[in-house]
Design a protein around this ligand. Structure first.
Ligand SMILES: [Zn+2]
Length: 272
């Protein structure tokens, strides 16, 4: 139910997804904003290490644990454009491949290093970089552009073409997706009232309270339909396709609209 309409849902959003979006927004603000709250969190939790390297510990506050939980999903989508180069060489994602600390080829602690420390004049200090990282990573660094050194480094939210964080783009990146199916576009159209579209959606998803659906819960329910002169078992297919009343409706309106009566499946008949 909680998927976009073209993916077979009804357009409602999962509360869990909304919470994750706002957690991602807090992470973005803490990582990129120059605000008092961000300074407080850095001072409280990140004095001994970079924020990206921090791990959850039992005595941490709820809000900090929530931030670290969303880190894995949000941090890879924050790309830094190098200007004054005051961001962390090892932990900030400025090459597009995540923290370079993951590629460090010795067991030693990578230590504190700013990107400015590996720039010589207006070029990369490749001799220094070659001592720190494997050759394929060095090639990637060589291709990174160095911007204007008197401007601040610029964070870019990679899910939005403008580079700005928006809740809508975060929602699209964080939510679970399922492939689009053509039938849903036929149902959710301008001009079709919501309640009609919703009842067709329920019929296709077999979510209407017919006997074949409710018999598991209501054993005393009457199994027979009330739409025919000679009642049959009440199923979605019977009530909406084959029953006397449904057949009259389909024959009357379907003939005008050129709907084939061959299809006995509600999904196929609507698509037809
Ligand atoms: Zn019937």
């Amino acid at each position: 139910m909680c998927y976009p309409q073209n993916e077979g849902g009804t357009g409602f959003k999962r509360v869990e997804d909304i919470c994750r979006v706002f957690a991602a927004k807090r992470w973005w603000r803490m990582r990129t904003g120059d605000n008092l709250w961000s300074q407080l969190m850095m001072a409280k939790y990140c004095q001994r290490g970079h924020v990206v390297a921090r791990k959850v510990q039992g005595n941490h506050s709820f809000i900090w644990k929530e931030l670290l939980r969303i880190k894995a999903e949000s941090e890879p989508h924050i790309l830094w454009k190098i200007n004054e180069a005051q961001i962390s060489f090892w932990w900030d994602n400025w090459t597009g491949i995540g923290p370079l600390a993951l590629y460090h080829h010795t067991d030693n602690n990578p230590g504190n290093l700013n990107v400015a420390d590996i720039i010589d004049g207006d070029k990369w200090d490749m001799e220094y970089i070659n001592n720190l990282l494997p050759p394929d990573i060095c090639h990637i660094i060589q291709r990174v552009e160095i911007g204007s050194r008197n401007k601040k480094d610029q964070p870019i939210w990679t899910h939005n073409s403008s580079g700005e964080f928006t809740c809508a783009s975060a929602y699209q990146s964080l939510r679970k997706k399922i492939p689009e199916i053509p039938i849903w576009k036929c149902i959710w159209k301008n001009g079709i009232p919501f309640k009609m579209a919703f009842i067709i959606w329920r019929a296709i998803k077999k979510k209407l309270p017919m006997y074949d659906r409710i018999k598991k819960y209501a054993r005393s329910a009457d199994p027979m339909c009330i739409c025919c002169d000679h009642p049959e078992e009440e199923t979605i297919c019977h009530v909406l396709i084959n029953g006397d009343m449904a057949s009259k409706g389909w024959n009357y309106f379907g003939n005008y609209m050129g709907v084939s009566m061959q299809n006995q499946n509600i999904q196929a008949r609507i698509l037809n």
